[in-house]
Design a protein around this ligand. Sequence first.
Ligand code: GTP
Ligand code: MG
Length: 262
Amino acid sequence: MSEPKNVTRKSPSVLPGLKTAPPGLALVIIPTYNEAENIGRLLGELAERYPFSLDILVIDDNSPDGTADIVRSIQLTTRGLYLMTRERKSGLGTAYIAGFSYALQQGYRYVLEMDADYSHDPVMIQRFLEAISSSDLVIGSRYMNNTVNVVNWPLGRLILSKTASIYTRLVTGMPVADPTSGFKCFSAEVLRELNFNRINSQGYSFQIEMNFRVWKKGFSIKEIPIVFVDRSVGKSKMSKKNIREAIWMVWWLKMKSIFGLL
Ligand SMILES: Nc1nc2c(ncn2[C@@H]2O[C@H](COP(=O)(O)OP(=O)(O)OP(=O)(O)O)[C@@H](O)[C@H]2O)c(=O)[nH]1
Ligand SMILES: [Mg+2]
């Protein structure tokens, strides 16, 4: 299949005869904006842990700190690492939509979302890949069984996140304990069923909207426990605008669903 113009593959081809899971089955999408301090270490760890069972697509929005250049240099020695570049910072939602389209076009069976800032532990990817064989969407949850699994988060962030989870559940009725989590895995069947043109939310809303649409289509959703660790380097891109958007988005989704316009 042909490669979109803004995606580069520099990796060497896979060595023949290796007794491992076939490459090309699962793709992890990592959106980045100014993650130069994190991306090198993360890509190194992913390549080491999953040398043949996982491909990686970094989607960088022309980060001024040179994140994309770091990815390019790692591509020279890493199999299955791809880079999509966009001209300007255009939001997490559109980055993921571009990544999902790429994943479907390339025929991946499973597609993961992951942050670049080490809030999401690479070790857990194995669990996602196990769980996705019996579910359509697997969400890494910080709030399962009435526990809170976050490390180093300021109390304000925790209250905000937990309140958003409760609020989303009350308004939409969606049975998901952590609807704003950005560590998750979709089966390709689910993504194929969604009309990406209708999804235009960013940040937290994007995660909620994806879950809601998957749930409303009757697909199965499973949550697995994760521990979320606050970023230790780099800056958060979370904004007040993201929070305001999420407050209205859940009502908008509910109304659309009631009137059959989802
Ligand atoms: N390509 C792209 N990536 C983005 C954009 N905004 C955020 N990201 C990336 O998306 C991931 C999550 O963003 P964060 O800033 O960590 O947001 P967050 O996890 O909600 O906030 P913190 O917990 O404070 O870190 C990170 O890998 C960011 O670099 C964007 O506009 N474009
Ligand atoms: Mg983060």
